[in-house]
Design a protein around this ligand. Structure first.
Ligand code: SF4
Ligand code: SF4
Ligand code: FES
Length: 365
């Protein structure tokens, strides 16, 4: 048994007052959870302390909350580990009055708070989940019994199927903070669950819908926060990247030119092994013609639009030297190093399956 202090952000709307902090001292085995600590405080100190929970086993997805600033599940976070993290954080930035670090517990972010740690999942999370048509849309006459597919064809979506709809990824999403209309990590992971399903017949329509919505797949800034938050290894950002890749394969234009940028980057590293900034910029907007600009309207507009970025690069020194300003004269990797890069590309080409925690690697790898 050990003693812990939980510093809880509270909000009791019936009081008519704003949010406030309250500390609760609890006594628990370090292997028990932060949720267990909250329930002990509710039982012993204040019955009005409100928290949503059910399974207490990381299955139902009810107990999403922020612990020491990190979104996750209260029932999956051991209180001993939470204390260690609080102490680690305090050692980096100690409090002015030298107080013992406490475990800070807050309601999830990006959602209205109903009471204490209970957030309104309907107005953000569930509305967005419904937005992506989260059911199968098969065409033709349904089979008499179930649809039969090759088990291998379902492996790709098993990761997104592991979602328990806890909302931790939504809570941690930085893009959603800036754009509350962003469809968001949980709903987009759910969208991939159907886009990747071989039984669904509206893949193309789904991709157009998600790519053309200004708050859709290109609204993600690739910050990895949802991957850190997800307690079930769904890696929502990876599902969004899969949606983007599929949209690119369908020839759907990326309004941010990201698809061309990725292709240009891949091509450049394969050729040179290092980042040729000027070549990257040119290839991102005018792909396909080496050393020259392709005179399409889009390319010229894109290049003009990126001028402020280039000027900033020159100002900050990122593109100060001559080889960094002229496409194509940036040096290649020395010696045999470039051959090693090529060998990596060859290996990647021959092993097209991407890393997925539900797919086993080849023996010996
Ligand atoms: S990677 Fe994208 S979806 Fe995930 S938290 Fe960051 S911005 Fe949001
Ligand atoms: S993707 Fe992960 S974090 Fe997001 S709702 Fe599903 S289980 Fe929770
Ligand atoms: S109580 Fe069910 S996931 Fe935490």
């Amino acid at each position: 048994m050990a003693e812990y202090t939980l510093k809880v952000r509270r909000f009791q709307p019936e009081d008519g007052e704003g949010p406030y902090w309250e500390e609760f001292n609890v006594e628990l085995d370090p292997s028990l959870s932060v949720l267990d600590g909250l329930l002990q405080a509710k039982d012993r100190d204040d019955g009005s302390l409100s928290v949503r929970c059910s399974c207490r086993a990381a299955i139902c997805g009810s107990c999403g909350m922020k612990i020491n600033g990190q979104s996750g599940l209260g029932c999956k976070t051991q209180i001993g580990e939470a204390q260690e993290l609080a102490e680690k954080k305090a050692s980096v930035s100690p409090s002015a009055n030298g107080e013992t670090p406490t475990i800070v517990v807050e309601p999830m972010g990006n959602m209205p708070v109903i009471k204490d740690l209970i957030t309104d999942m309907e107005s953000t999370h569930w509305t967005k989940i419904r937005r992506v048509t989260p059911w199968l849309l098969p065409h033709g006459t349904p089979p008499e019994r179930e649809y039969v597919v090759e088990p291998e064809s379902m492996i790709d979506i098993t990761q997104s199927m592991a979602c328990i709809q806890c909302g931790a990824c939504v809570s941690s999403c930085l893009s959603m903070e800036a754009d509350p209309d962003f469809i968001g990590p949980a709903a987009l992971a759910k969208a991939y669950r159907f886009v990747g399903d071989p039984r669904d017949a509206e893949t193309k329509e789904r991709l157009h819908d998600l790519a053309e919505d200004p708050h859709g797949i290109y609204d993600c800034t690739h910050c990895f926060s949802c991957i850190d938050a997800c307690p079930k290894g769904v890696a929502p950002m990876d599902q969004i990247m899969r949606l983007r890749r599929k949209a690119g394969e369908e020839g759907i234009a990326d309004p941010n030119n990201g698809d061309n940028h990725v292709n240009a980057f891949v091509k450049m590293i394969e050729k040179k092994g290092t980042n040729d900034e000027a070549y990257l910029l040119q290839e991102s907007f005018a792909p396909g013609i080496k050393g020259k600009l392709k005179p399409t309207k889009g390319a010229i507009k894109g290049l003009l639009g990126s001028l402020p970025v280039a000027i900033r690069g020159i100002r900050t020194g990122k593109m100060r030297s001559l080889p960094k300003l002229i496409p194509g004269i940036h040096p290649k990797l020395p010696g045999g190093a470039q051959d090693e890069v090529k060998a990596i590309y060859k290996h990647a080409e021959e092993h097209r399956e991407e890393f997925n925690i539900y797919i086993k690697g080849e023996e010996g790898e």
